[in-house]
Design a protein around this ligand. Structure first.
Ligand code: C2E
Ligand code: MG
Ligand code: MG
Length: 964
């Protein structure tokens, strides 16, 4: 909102109202008062001055009057007398003037003198001070006029003496009149002088009185000034002195609204501030003291302050603990460490005495052992007052550590001397500080030939002198070492000594700028490492490169292939080697392998690489293969050369070889691919004609692709559990009834239909899927069997791969527990391959399984290694004769003896025998004849879904209520 311009602002109003008040305020200040006092004094002085000036002026005026009026009047009266005298003289001359001209001139002169006289009289009358003088002047004028008339009327020629006498009388009258005038004027002058003197005297009196009054007034003003200013100033200065003297509680007078009032108020607040400050400081000091006391009390150091007289001025609790064990014993003044020993009570007499006794230790710096076994470090520092402060630290732990350190050092020395490495420790100047015995041993130095203090250079010199570095100088060794340790990775430097030993030197800088070097005789290790490195890439039996080395060779061939030409990878497999190995034993097998390797080595060129991949598998990388024919030539030569008979100890053996060949770059440009394709070709060669070679063809790969698809489907099927179990009855020939069923896995592929377990089980084993799959079979079979009539067993096939997993036992236990099937009704069928892989753990696992109550059968007996030792190594409950033997029963050739032998073996070992694959009555009859316990085969039933089991049981066992 706009304010009306005519309306005064608040400030203006305030100032308008405040002006008189401000003036009053200002005048009530000390300055105002001094101003007023001086103003009054100035006014008094001014009035006095003015009055004096007026008095002087009055005196001047009187002087003027005295001179101008009185004396001038007399003078002019006298001049008039002179003029008249002249007139009489001129008249006399005229009377005697001879001629008229002279008379005329004298007449004029007379007229002029008459005028002068009249003028002088006028002035004399004018200046006269009194009426009588004026009247006398007029009388003179009249007498002169009368004289002049008489003179004129006088006839000179005829004049009588009386006429002359009249004239003279008149003249005398004039003179008399003039004298009277003179007397009057002189009298007037005197009168005037008297009057002036009177006036001056009265003025002086008045001035003296005025000065007196002015002095009085000034005194009053000074008194007032003193009363209103000096007194409060004195009071203020007294208050200031009191504050300065520290009397802060004395009252400070209350001042007015002037500066002194302000000064007093300021002093008041100054006093308050000082008081608050002091209070604060006192508090701070108190709390600092409290903290100091607290810190002292809680300090882990004992502090004792001793005064100049040797008395304890202060001792903290820790000191009391150190020396007395009781705080009271260390009260200030309680003891005098300087007191003579004789005056002290015996040690241990009382706490104070103990303190006193112990405190004597404070007399010097150093370490002290207390009676209770603790160690103290005492450090003293003198105080300004002539006493001292002793600070005592408990160094028991340090002492203990020191002792431990000493012990450790001794042990360290022992360790140094007994360590297998040589060690030299040098200081920053490369001077030897520590050397151990082993160092001297390594370099063949006499014990004590190098000692602490000699330079690193001298040490090297001694080593050279001892014959460690023939033909080399210290400089050579230093350069060699500097180069080795100068490299980024260089911490270890390997040195070969003159006698062929190898020393690994490791050097590390130490914190003090020196270094420590360790020396290890690594001759043995180096040789072992070289051997290990060789073994890692070579086959121990034939000394040929192994698969790793071959991989490197293939990689290098691939790297060169683009530039030069292609190369071939040949995978070789010795035919029937296993037979030789099994029949003639491993030593013969090994010899045969070595001989074959040697022949192979003779077949290949320097540039080619030959490797043994394992067992009876070899591979060759043939370089510079431009045409497949080059590889074919080599393959043919190998087949020929290896096919020649071998003479091993007492035997002559012939051996075939099958070869698969892949060509780079056409069959692949990676090691894996080339090896795999050569393998595929080898498989084909073995399948089609042993002792032949095959080149890889893409169609071969198609099989692999199919396998890969199957792999994928199998994974999905396992995840989805899309399998079924079929059950084939096992018929007990003694009881003439079905005694159980074998659970057989079935996979109904959504596209390919039913796939044989013989096809997918090996794949599942390869992929590790057999473990979850086998567990599923176990659960399902036990579940199913638990619903069968008591006495019926279920046989479950267990893969060798399942035995590699510790989960098997748990899985069986869980399946039994979940289904409630008693362990005795479960039979586990395993093949010989299970035992071949790892007989030790497998046997243990089989025992665990038997511990669950389950029975264990040896399946497909006769097809595998058929080593009777396997039958001995584990107490099987049952032997299952493989169907390949059963198939031939009743036919012309004589596999019957094998069946009989197995049945006999089983009987003698107390094992049940079961014949598999019984398809005909003839086979059954023969098996009965041979005393076989159980049979299984299409003759009784194919494997059927669980839903068919009741029918089967009804048929074979005649059971009405077959399934629970
Ligand atoms: P296996 O344990 O020896 O099983 C017997 C095989 O012989 C079964 O083939 C069965 O159908 C077949 N067989 C039975 N009687 C006759 C007959 O009179 N004549 C002919 N020619 N064959 C007969 P299947 O079911 O194809 O099983 C093949 C193999 O797959 C089994 O041989 C077994 O080793 C394995 N297998 C089957 N199921 C499983 C399983 O659940 N787990 C494991 N690990 N392997 C299994
Ligand atoms: Mg079986
Ligand atoms: Mg079998």
């Amino acid at each position: 909102m706009r304010r009306n311009r005519t309306e005064p602002s608040d400030g203006e109003k305030m100032s308008a109202a405040g002006t008189p008040r401000r003036v009053a305020d200002r005048l009530s200040t000390i300055r105002g008062r001094i101003f007023i006092a001086f103003l009054i004094m100035s006014l008094i002085t001014g009035a006095l001055g003015i009055y004096a000036t007026l008095g002087i002026r009055q005196a001047g005026f009187l002087v003027n009057r005295t001179y101008d009026q009185s004396l001038m009047s007399i003078n002019y009266a006298r001049a008039a007398a002179t003029d008249f005298a002249k007139m009489r003289a001129v008249f006399v001359r005229r009377t005697i003037a001879p001629d008229a001209a002279t008379r005329a001139r004298l007449d004029a002169e007379l007229a002029e003198l008459a005028i002068n006289l009249a003028e002088d009289l006028t002035i004399a009358v004018e200046r006269s001070q009194s009426d009588r003088a004026a009247r006398a002047g007029i009388a003179v004028q009249g007498a002169v006029s009368t004289w002049d008339e008489i003179r004129r009327g006088l006839d000179l020629t005829a004049a009588t003496s009386s006429a002359w006498e009249a004239l003279d009388r008149q003249a005398a009258m004039v003179d008399g009149q003039i004298d009277m005038l003179v007397n009057y004027t002189a009298g007037d002058g005197f009168t005037y002088r008297q009057t002036a003197r009177t006036i001056v005297a009265s003025e002086i009196r008045f001035y003296a009185a005025a000065t007196g009054i002015a002095l009085l007034l000034s005194a009053v003003v000074a008194w007032l000034l003193n009363r209103r200013i000096m007194r409060p100033v004195k009071a203020a200065s007294a208050a200031a002195e009191r504050i300065a003297a520290g009397r802060l509680d004395d009252a400070i007078p209350i001042g007015g609204r002037d500066e002194l009032g302000a000064l007093l108020r300021a002093m008041g607040s100054m006093r308050d501030n000082i008081r608050a400050m002091m209070a604060r400081e006192v508090n701070q000091r108190r709390s600092a003291q409290a903290m100091l006391a607290d810190a002292l009390e809680s300090s882990r150091e004992g502090v004792v302050v001793v005064d100049a007289e040797g008395r304890i001025a202060l001792a903290n609790a820790q000191a009391a603990d150190f020396f007395g064990g009781q705080a009271g014993a260390m009260e200030p003044g309680a003891m005098e460490p300087g007191a003579p020993v004789a005056a002290l009570p015996a040690r241990g007499a009382d706490p104070a005495a103990r303190v006193l006794d112990s405190a004597r230790t404070l007399a010097r710096d150093g370490e002290v052992r207390l009676a209770d076994g603790r160690w103290l470090r005492v450090s003293r520092s003198a105080t300004q007052a002539g006493g001292f402060v002793a600070v005592c630290s408990d160094i028991s732990v340090l002492k203990e550590q020191e002792a431990r350190l000493t012990a450790t050092n001794l042990r360290l020395d022992a360790a140094l001397d007994n360590m297998s490495q040589g060690l030299c420790l040098y200081d920053a100047d490369h001077r030897l500080m520590v050397v151990n015995r082993r160092y001297c041993e390594i370099y063949g130095l006499a014990p004590g030939s190098i000692a602490a203090g000699i330079s690193a250079r001298d040490v090297l010199q001694r080593c050279i002198e001892a014959g460690n570095h023939p033909g080399r100088t210290v400089a050579d060794l230093q350069v060699e070492e500097a180069e080795a340790f100068g490299r980024a990775e260089g911490r270890t430097f390997v040195q070969e000594l003159g006698d062929g030993r190898i020393v690994a030197i490791e050097k590390r800088s130490t914190a003090d700028g020196g270094f420590v070097a360790t020396y290890e005789d690594v001759t043995e290790r180096r040789h072992a490492e070289a051997r290990i490195a060789f073994m890692a890439r070579h086959d121990a039996l034939t000394n040929l490169p192994n698969r790793i080395f071959l991989g490197e060779q293939i990689d290098s061939a691939i790297a060169q292939a683009g530039r030069d030409s292609g190369f071939a990878v040949l995978c070789l497999n010795l035919d029937d080697f296993k037979l030789v190995n099994d029949t003639l034993g491993h030593p013969c097998g090994d010899e045969l392998l070595r001989a074959a390797a040697s022949r192979l080595g003779a077949c290949v060129r320097e540039v080619d690489s030959l490797a043994r991949l394992g067992g009876d598998e070899f591979a060759i990388v043939q370089r510079g293969v431009d045409r497949p024919e080059d590889a074919a030539i080599l393959a043919r030569r190998i087949i020929d050369v290896l096919g020649a008979p071998y003479t091993l100890a007492d035997h002559t053996v012939t051996l075939g070889v099958s070869i698969g060949i892949s060509l780079a770059p056409s069959d692949g440009m990676s090691c894996d691919k080339l090896l795999k394709n050569a393998d595929v070709a080898l498989d084909r060669a073995k399948a089609e004609a042993r002792g032949s070679f095959r080149f890889f063809e893409p169609e071969m790969d198609a099989r692999l692709q199919a396998r890969r698809l199957l792999e994928r489907d199998l994974r999905e099927a396992v995840a989805a559990e899309s399998f079924e179990l079929h059950y084939q009855p096992i018929y007990d020939l003694n009881a003439e009834r079905v005694c159980g069923f074998e659970a057989l896995l079935r996979w109904n592929h959504p596209e390919r239909g039913r796939i044989s377990p013989a096809e997918f089980i090996p794949l599942a084993e390869e992929l590790g899927l057999i473990i979850p799959l086998g567990e599923w079979v176990m659960r399902r079979a036990c579940q199913e069997a638990s619903r069968w009539p008591e006495g019926l067993k279920v046989a479950v096939n267990v893969s060798a791969v399942q035995f590699t997993s510790a989960r098997l036992i748990g899985a069986v236990r869980e399946a039994l527990a979940a289904s409630g099937l008693p362990g005795r009704r479960l039979e586990l069928e395993i093949t010989e391959s299970v035992l071949v892989a790892n007989p030790g753990t497998t046997t243990a696992m089989l025992h665990s399984l038997k511990g669950l109550g389950a029975r264990v059968s040896m399946d497909d007996f006769g097809t595998g290694y058929s080593s009777l030792s396997y039958l001995r190594s584990f107490p099987f409950d049952k032997i299952k004769i493989d169907q390949s033997f059963v198939r031939d029963l009743g036919q012309a050739d004589d596999s019957g003896f094998i069946v009989r032998a197995v049945i006999g073996l089983g009987a003698s070992l107390g094992m049940t025998t079961t014949a598999e694959g019984v398809e005909t009555e003839a086979q059954l009859a023969r098996l009965r004849e041979e005393g076989c316990d159980e049979v299984q085969g299409y003759l009784f039933s194919r494997p059927v879904p669980s839903s068919d089991i009741p029918g089967l049981l009804r048929r074979w066992n005649g059971e009405a209520r077959a399934i629970a």
